[in-house]
Design a protein around this ligand. Sequence first.
Ligand SMILES: [Zn+2]
Length: 295
Amino acid sequence: MKEITNCPICEKGDFNSNIVCKDYTVSSEEFKIDQCENCEFRFTNPVPVESEIGKYYESEDYISHSNTSKDLISKIYQAARKSALKKKHQLVSSRVEGNKLLDIGCGTGDFMAHCKSNNLIVSGIEPSDTARSFAIEQHSLEVFKEDQLQKWTDGSFDIITLWHVLEHVYPLNERVKEIKRLLTDNGKAFIAVPNCESLDAKIYREYWAAYDVPRHLYHFRKENMTQLWEKHGCQVEEVLPMKLDSYYVSLLSEKYKGSGILAYPKAFISGLRSNLNAKSTGDWSSLIYVISKKG
Ligand SMILES: [Zn+2]
């Protein structure tokens, strides 16, 4: 395990213990989430060392990187993901002129394949060997390991996307710097992350599925994302909602609570409450940040 002694965003060293969460999908181990006293950024602490994190992704239940549709939750997730692919492509193509797209953490390449069929030139980064091979073999995509990031020249991409990926990345500041370097001057990055200020996070507390410890190293709030990107000479241009996530995350959270047959109606109510609350606060269950380089 590795103890974090400096806040990944503001670099200060005084933290409060915020919450203790259990890893419900793989290890059943408990992990502490700390909150920085200075900037209130929340992060899992301590975290497994990077060379040990692989085993925390080894689960049939960890569906983010596979296409298995076994139970109803997986089916709902897959259906939502399909409609989300379309929306994500519409979003990026409506905000950026150029057509060179890099998807970091592309998984099995579904989003890349959808963009490729809509005439974008796509590249991907995926650390999981299984997911990467699937993307290359099944979708004929160009997908690389993470070390490829340093090999591309400055300004190689008009669009860089990270769909629920940044919260998994160990070298957070280095990755943000790399994204800025790889973007063209008019390019934009699209970063989707869970929002731990959402009402569903507050309802489920330690059961909130999007804490997903220890795979989620960081638990972003809007203010922290702004601080992080401004620290590296970028700006948050827009913050957009992902409206289906509250239902999916609530359903998983109910499952972790052991709600049985009542999980579905309860999750529906929590998801709806979270979205109604977000209409006035902007704190949707997950948010997409549109990032550009500063002047
Ligand atoms: Zn801080």
